[in-house]
Design a protein around this ligand. Structure first.
Ligand SMILES: [Zn+2]
Length: 136
């Protein structure tokens, strides 16, 4: 069974999943990707992280901050699952045998905080970017 809880898709991704019968229209809410100078996926509001181009006479504004996760713009929808992310009794308990670096701890605290509040957020971390070091 395809789990859609807590998921969000670009229009292209949603249409493909819908075509495959994995997601139904009743299971999602759609929002314009970039609306009122804010990216609905990563919540970016900094002008410096928006890009623009003209396509077929229409000015397209897209978010560069989360571009690595596929383009979000002012002309396409993002589709959000209406099923909240699942946190079950059977969720794994993570026991670390090492101390998190300050950046890792910051990301961990952020994640715990938004989960507790039922909010959404994004942690953008690059593999090999020295998050495990405290001296950066
Ligand atoms: Zn974004």
């Amino acid at each position: 069974m395809f789990d859609i809880s807590g998921r969000e898709w670009t229009e292209e991704e949603y249409l493909r999943l819908h075509e495959q019968g994995l997601v139904q229209e009743k299971d999602v809410v759609k929002v314009i990707g970039v609306h009122n100078q804010m990216c609905e996926r990563c919540l970016n509001q900094s002008d410096e992280w928006f890009g623009t181009f003209t396509y077929k006479g229409q000015l397209i504004t897209y978010c560069r901050q989360c571009l690595d996760f596929k383009m979000v713009d002012n002309c396409h929808y993002l589709y959000r699952s209406l099923m909240p992310a699942k946190v079950t009794q059977n969720a794994h308990v993570l026991n670390l045998d090492f101390k998190l670096s300050s950046l890792q701890q910051r990301a961990s605290d952020f994640a715990k905080n938004i989960l507790k509040k039922g909010e959404t957020g994004i942690i953008w971390a690059v593999c090999g970017a020295r998050k495990n070091r405290d001296d950066v």
